[in-house]
Design a protein around this ligand. Structure first.
Ligand SMILES: C[C@](O)(CO)[C@H](O)COP(=O)(O)OP(=O)(O)OC[C@H]1O[C@@H](n2ccc(N)nc2=O)[C@H](O)[C@@H]1O
Ligand SMILES: Nc1ncnc2c1ncn2[C@@H]1O[C@H](COP(=O)(O)OP(=O)(O)OP(=O)(O)O)[C@@H](O)[C@H]1O
Length: 280
């Protein structure tokens, strides 16, 4: 039957301001979110045998109903009322529990893919409303543009203009549960919020935007991450920051060769995950 082969990209947070805690335990945020060209490969196949089957085969990622991609397919299959089977195979390239939104991107990609395969005709807006119930980052991956994200991360406004950059992602094998980071965040009174413009035109301008309120929490527990940030700057990055709740750290570069050399040198020296990718 019908099959789709799709790519689910990772994201980095150029900025993450925590504005306050909500009565439901979630936090109000103000973020700038950017997709990057490190992708999970997802194939979705419709079959006659009813049920949803997810295979991933990556350590730390469950097959079956524990997988966020399974839950995404389940919502749409139930909504369709159809008696078909959905087989999902995920080739996981994005580090897990790494602040790169890998699970959220898989879920968003499955929502968009199953919508198409089952001919449901749901709008992106509707898919985003369904997606936010699976995870706060899911709507961003359906939006598909560099965004100012507010609310819990689901109120999205497209940035007017952002430069195409090289991003070096470095993960020293540290996995951090997002819920733990938010639970250990100490909210402090801050001065007036920095203005976020709609338009940035160079790595130097984006570097001025780089700031993440979750960084002190994760770096406090894993001080090695401060060293990773410095390694990226020494290797020529215009700026470096932890992404999301961590523990992946990224550096921004204008020059492809410098970015590729930085990633190769860090991977060779320390044996860590280090890749140079482009912004999407
Ligand atoms: C850190 C980020 O990745 C930045 O983009 C997101 O804020 C997290 O997005 P996510 O992983 O899709 O988040 P969810 O799966 O919905 O929630 C994971 C946990 O993070 C906390 N959480 C998440 C989003 C938010 N605005 N406030 C929160 O406090 C909640 O305690 C929740 O239990
Ligand atoms: N398809 C999936 N891909 C990755 N992790 C998954 C998936 N399904 C379930 N999980 C579980 O979700 C947790 C981590 O999710 P994910 O990789 O999205 O974290 P993250 O990259 O830190 O996300 P964020 O940037 O939103 O903080 C792990 O406990 C993992 O077992």
């Amino acid at each position: 039957m019908e099959k789709l082969q799709l790519q689910a990209p990772a994201k980095v947070n150029y900025r993450l301001d925590v504005l306050g805690k909500r009565p439901d335990g979630y936090h109000d945020l103000r973020m700038v979110m950017q997709r990057v060209g490190l992708c999970d490969e997802i194939s979705i196949t419709l079959s006659a045998a009813p049920g949803i089957r997810v295979t991933c085969g990556k350590k730390g990622v469950p097959d079956g109903p524990g997988n966020i991609a399974w839950r995404a397919a389940d919502v749409l299959l139930k909504l369709s009322g159809k008696e078909v089977g959905i087989d999902i195979a995920i080739d996981k390239r994005i580090p897990v529990a790494a602040g790169l939104g890998g699970g959220s991107s898989d879920a968003a990609t499955v929502l968009m893919g199953v919508n198409e395969l089952l001919g449901l005709g749901l709008s992106d807006q509707r898919l985003m409303e369904i997606g936010v119930k699976l995870g706060a980052d899911v709507p961003f991956f359906i939006f598909k543009k560099t965004a100012l994200a507010e609310g819990i991360g689901d109120q999205l406004t497209a940035m007017e203009s952002m430069p195409s950059l090289w991003v070096v992602l470095v993960n020293p094998g540290i996995h951090v549960p997002t819920a733990w980071v938010y639970q250990n965040l100490i909210l402090t009174e801050k001065g007036p919020a920095t203005i976020i413009r709609g338009s940035y035109s160079s790595a130097a301008e984006v570097a001025e935007l780089l700031s993440n309120d979750l960084e002190p929490v994760t770096c406090g527990k894993h001080p090695l991450l401060n060293e990773v940030k410095d390694m990226l700057l020494t290797a020529g990055a215009t700026g470096s920051l932890m992404s999301g709740s961590g523990a992946t750290v990224f550096g921004i570069f204008e020059d492809e060769a410098v970015a590729r050399k930085a990633a190769a040198d860090i991977a060779a020296a320390r044996g860590w995950f280090a890749e140079a990718v482009q912004t999407l």
